[in-house]
Ligand binder design. Sequence first.
Ligand code: GTP
Length: 597
Amino acid sequence: TELSLIRNFSIIAHIDHGKSTLADRLIQTTGGLSEREMSQQVLDNMDIEKERGITIKAQTVRLDYTAKDGKTYELNLMDTPGHVDFAYEVSRSLAACEGALLVVDAAQGVEAQTLANVYQSIEHDHEIVPVINKIDLPAAEPEKVRTEIEDIIGIDASNAVMTSAKSGIGIEDVLEAIVARIPPPVGERDAALQAMLVDSWYDPYLGVVILVRVMQGVLKKGLNIKFMQGQTEHLVDRVGCMRPKIEQLAELGPGEIGFITAQIKEVEQAKVGDTITTVKGGATKALPGYKEVQPVVFCGLFPVDAADFDKLRESIGKLRLNDASFSFEMESSAALGFGFRCGFLGLLHLEIIQERLSREYDLDLITTAPSVVYRLTMTDGTTQELHNPADMPDPVRVETMEEPWIKAVIYTPDEYLGPILKLCQDRRGIQRDLTYVAGRAQVTYELPLNEVVFDFYDRLKSISRGYASFDYQQIGLRQGDLVKMNILVNNEPVDALSMIVHRSQADMRGRGLVERLKELIPRHMFKIPIQAAIGAKVIARETISAMRKDVTAKCYGGDISRKKKLLEKQKEGKKRMREYGNVSIPQEAFIAALRMG
Ligand code: GTP
């Protein structure tokens, strides 16, 4: 396709502002799918994505649109993941485009996450087309939102497109705005091939499918290609695009977005952001912006039923086929038996994988406390990374300990500011900036990642009734006074609950945790002490008193159906419990105990 007829764009939107609905409308209007096929949202194609209403994997779709000027344009719509955990993937998707639609809910206005993505988009020199969506809602205030876009984001919104993606209003205007306002790509057809690997995923029929954006040169079937970072060579056996159904093409020229397959078996070989060139006469310089992604949050996953270990291994292997960004290695724990230590890009990523394992593979799992990666400098001068609190060496051998910090931007209506500042302060936050725009506050904090991985986001949402939004980026390691806290149940350490905490927080954390465990662990025939300890020093203690005889007698006497029910309940309960020093701990207790009060 001629460069002047190509438009590559992404859609930036806060969760729920209507990105997927708008994308579906654009596909429908340009004839990509029939009405029946439209009955499901096509861009969000995983169950969990649908349920949680978030886009996890970037997808792309090519649309042919005959504009009012009579010319037919090739529009490549790049869908980007909508969560901070996937910020790098977002950056590569954006680098593949020349413009973006900024979708803002006419009733909700601009949110923090939108801001972060817009700024990224601006950094990529994108032309941004504001789209004010949901104008059909009674609470819609499009003019207020228009002003907000101008005041807060600082871009001209005088020609913002007004839409209702749901009712199909303004869709034609969006398409015309894309053609008229987003610039066509540039690139030389005769130059050495340079294509950016935007995304990759595993397809059971095609093997690894690679989404590419050709910058220079031409990608064709039969070409011997080379991944410049991965240092591997492959033979291209398919070239095509998605409409959103797969369509094979003869080639992808400069400026075009499409996919290739090249008999690649593992997504790990196809790294997001890599540069693809030809083996013969290839480019000498890789495209800028490549980064090796590293998991930042680690936790252990153990089967509740030890017999499920093989099934867990197999299931994790399958998920990993499609997601090179999470890591896993076998781990054994005294109390939990065999399981896996897994690394994730963030908490949401962790939850997604955990949910898929339990839902798609029907596994009952125990998840240990999520932990960030600490750097230890030992007294002998060596350094090591600590991914698992259980591996913490003897503190006398540790000279210093460093933890990762983040810079967080929180955006909230004024009335919730007080409790939000308190939350950040309680989490060892350092305030860096506080500004007010249009009745809302934008506050910037530096926070230890460790304080955020547990339940920061949940707390933020609950104290702001869902109105505050949150976005963060990592800013490096800082030294901290950190200690390992053990939890002992009936005098036996429960390694799944041990965690690294800041010394100033240890008492509070320890007390909270043992108090919650006291509620969560059922009574036994004997007294159970629950303790939090740092080394040999107990910092908090609770006791679960023994079950009284007459209580059981009462339960089991009389009514036979009630007795049966009780027994059944007990059986059900047993399946989901683990034994520690003769104490049965329900599976729920592990996660519930970690949620901070
Ligand atoms: P993520 O995929 O999580 O980023 O969300 P999204 O931005 O793709 O939002 P989605 O398209 O799933 O829409 C969220 C909700 O808003 C859905 O219930 C839609 O039906 C609804 N919605 C989308 N557009 C409109 C609109 O124009 N008017 C109204 N009233 N509702 C809309």
